[in-house]
Design a protein around this ligand. Structure first.
Ligand code: BES
Ligand code: ZN
Ligand code: ZN
Length: 496
C-alpha cells in the first residue's frame, strides 16, 4: 500500500472513496457535506461510529478528539469496515491536525490506516483482505510555514514503519502454536534481522546450559520443541542511549503439570506476545535507523507436560545463582524471564531495561483487558513508559511494589518461591519476583510491562481486530524516539 501526500484540494483528488472524520459529534463542520443524510442514517459522530454513504462514495468516521487517541481508532474502524470490499482501491482523506505545527495526528491517522487494514488470513482457504492500494492525504488548508511537505512525509513514514511493525508482531502472535514454536520464532527473527540489517544471535540448549539458564531450560524440558534465546542488536555509531528489551516468548503455555483448565488454555498461543513485541520493536528501530543502541532479548520456550516435565516441589537455580522453589508450573513466564533478564544484563550494560510479558491473569483482573501494568523499583522508568503510552495511544497504568507483598514470595526452602502465598496482588508479586533478578546496577533503570490484558483481543476494540494487537510496540517506539531526540533541541511534544 502506498501513501501519497499532496497539497491538492481534497475535492479535486480522484478516488474510489473519501474518508471523512467527524470530530466531537460536530456535523456542522465544513468537511461534513451530508448532514441531513447522516442524521437520517442515525449517525451521530461518536467515537468509532461509522457511516458509509455508498452512493456518495463517502465514509464518515466519528472521533471524540483530534488527538491521536481519537483519530487512530476512528480511521482504523473505517478502514476495517472496507476489508473484503474490492471496489475501494484508492481512498482519499484530508489532514486533521490538532495543532498546525504538530503532526502527531497525521502520524496517528497513518497508523490507523495500516492497523485497520490488517487481517490474519493464513489459515483461511478463502482469503478476505483489504483491497486498498493507495491512500491520498491532502494537506489542503495548511501552508508551507505550518507544515512542510518534508515534515509531513516524515510523520507518514514513521507512522507506516510503526504500524507495519505492530502488524508484524500481530502475525507472530496469531500463528498457531505448532507452526510457531521456539525454533520457528528464532528463525523468523533471524530472517527479519537479515532483511533490516540487525545483528542476530540465537542460543540453543547447549549454549543455554553453558550460560547456566537452568530455570528457562526446566520450563521447556517436556516440549518436543527445544528452547531458544534470541538476541537482536541495533548498534548505530555514537548512540544517544543504550537500551535492552526483554520479552516473554512462551510459544505455548499449557500450564505444565499444574495444567490449565480447558477454557483457560485456549488463546495461550498468545503467551509469546512479549517476545513478539520485542521482535516488532527491533524491526522498526532498524527501519527508522534510530541513533539509539537497542538490544532485544527473547526467551522462546514451550511449557508442556510429559515424563520429564518440571514439577511443583522442584527447586531450580537461575543464572544469577538465586534458587527458586516451584509450587506452580503455570507461573513459568517469570522463570523464563528471570534467566533472560540475567543474560541481558550480563551481555549489555544498559541505560534502560524494559521487559514485556503476558505474565499474569491477575493483571487483567486488576486493570481490565485494555490496559497494561507497568512496574519497577524506581518511578522514572515507569513514568516514562506511562507517558509514552499516552502519546502512542496505548493504555498503561502504574502498579506500585510494596514491602508487604514482597514477603508473600518468600520460600521456606529456597531463596524465593515462584508463586505468592496470597491470592491477591498477583501482578505485583510477579513483578517483585522479577526484581530478584535485576542487579544493583540496573535496579533503578528497569521497568516491567505486563501486557496480559491487551496483547490478545477476543472482541475487537479501538484499532484492534480479533486476535493479536501488538501491544507495547507503539509505546516503546515513541520512547526510543524520544531518547533519540535527547540533546537535540526539544521539539513540540505532542500530547495525545
Ligand atoms: N500466561 C499466563 C498469564 C496469562 C493469563 C496471560 C491470561 C494472558 C491471559 C501465565 O503464565 C500464568 O499462567 N500465570 C498464572 C500465575 C499463577 C499460577 C500464579 C495466572 O495468572 O494464573
Ligand atoms: Zn502460565
Ligand atoms: Zn504464561
Amino acid at each position: 500500500m502506498n501513501f501519497n501526500i499532496t497539497t491538492e484540494n481534497i475535492a479535486e483528488i480522484k478516488s474510489d472513496l473519501e474518508i471523512i472524520i467527524v470530530i466531537d459529534k460536530n456535523l456542522d463542520h465544513r468537511f461534513v457535506q451530508d448532514k441531513k443524510l447522516l442524521k437520517k442514517a442515525g449517525f451521530s459522530g461518536g467515537q468509532d461510529e461509522i457511516c458509509h454513504l455508498i452512493e456518495k462514495n463517502r465514509l464518515y468516521a466519528g472521533a471524540e478528539t483530534l488527538k491521536g487517541r481519537g483519530i487512530r481508532p476512528a480511521v482504523a474502524t473505517a478502514i476495517r469496515s472496507l476489508i473484503g470490499k474490492k471496489a475501494y482501491k484508492n481512498v482519499k482523506i484530508a489532514t486533521y491536525l490538532s495543532h498546525p505545527r504538530c503532526t502527531a495526528s497525521l502520524r496517528a491517522m497513518v497508523e490507523g490506516i495500516v492497523l485497520g487494514r490488517y487481517s490474519y488470513t493464513t489459515y483461511k482457504s478463502k482469503k478476505v483482505k483489504s483491497s486498498i492500494k493507495k491512500v491520498m492525504i491532502s494537506l489542503e488548508g495548511y501552508n508551507e510555514h505550518e507544515v512542510t511537505a518534508e515534515i509531513a512525509a516524515r510523520a507518514v513514514h514513521n507512522g507506516e514503519i510503526t504500524a507495519n511493525a505492530t502488524n508484524f508482531t500481530r502475525d507472530i502472535v496469531n500463528a498457531a502454536p505448532d507452526d510457531c514454536y521456539p525454533e520457528v520464532m528464532a528463525n523468523s527473527a533471524a530472517d527479519m534481522a537479515k532483511e533490516t540489517g540487525l545483528k542476530c544471535k540465537i542460543l540453543k540448549p547447549k549454549q543455554l546450559k553453558e550460560e547456566k539458564m537452568e530455570a528457562l531450560l526446566a520450563v521447556g524440558r517436556a516440549s518436543r520443541h527445544k528452547s531458544r534465546v534470541i538476541h537482536l542488536t541495533h548498534k548505530p555509531k555514537n548512540p544517544k542511549a543504550v537500551i535492552s528489551l526483554i520479552g516473554k516468548g512462551l510459544t505455548y503455555d499449557s500450564g505444565g503439570l499444574s495444567l490449565k483448565p480447558a477454557e483457560h488454555m485456549v488463546t495461550m498461543k498468545s503467551d509469546k506476545s512479549g517476545g513478539a513485541t520485542v521482535v516488532g520493536i527491533m524491526k522498526a528501530v532498524a527501519e527508522m535507523d534510530l541513533p539509539v543502541e537497542v538490544h532485544g532479548f527473547v526467551g522462546a520456550v514451550e511449557n508442556m507436560i510429559g515424563g520429564d516435565a518440571y514439577k511443583p516441589d522442584d527447586v531450580l537455580k537461575a543464572k544469577n545463582g538465586t534458587t527458586i522453589e516451584i509450587r506452580n508450573t503455570d507461573a513459568e513466564g517469570r522463570l523464563v524471564l528471570a534467566d533472560t533478564l540475567c543474560y541481558a544484563q550480563q551481555e549489555v550494560k544498559a541505560d534502560y531495561l524494559f521487559d514485556f510479558a503476558t505474565l499474569t491473569g491477575a493483571c487483567v483482573v486488576g486493570v481490565g483487558h485494555y490496559t497494561s501494568g507497568v512496574m519497577g523499583n524506581a518511578d522514572e522508568p515507569k513514568e516514562l513508559v506511562a507517558n509514552m503510552a499516552t502519546q502512542a495511544g496505548e493504555l498503561v497504568t502504574k502498579l506500585d511494589f510494596n514491602r508487604h507483598l514482597k514477603k508473600t514470595i518468600k520460600s521456606e526452602i529456597a531463596d524465593v518461591c515462584n508463586i505468592s502465598n496470597t491470592r491477591y496482588g498477583g501482578a505485583i508479586t510477579a513483578g517483585q519476583f522479577l526484581s530478584e533478578f535485576i542487579d544493583d546496577e540496573h535496579r533503578e533503570k528497569w521497568a516491567h510491562i505486563d501486557i496480559a490484558g491487551p496483547a490478545f483481543v477476543e472482541h475487537a476494540w479501538g484499532e484492534n481486530p480479533y486476535g493479536a494487537s501488538g501491544a507495547g510496540v507503539r509505546t516503546m517506539l515513541r520512547l526510543i524516539e524520544k531518547l533519540a531526540r535527547t540533546q537535540e533541541k526539544q521539539d513540540h511534544t505532542p500530547d495525545n
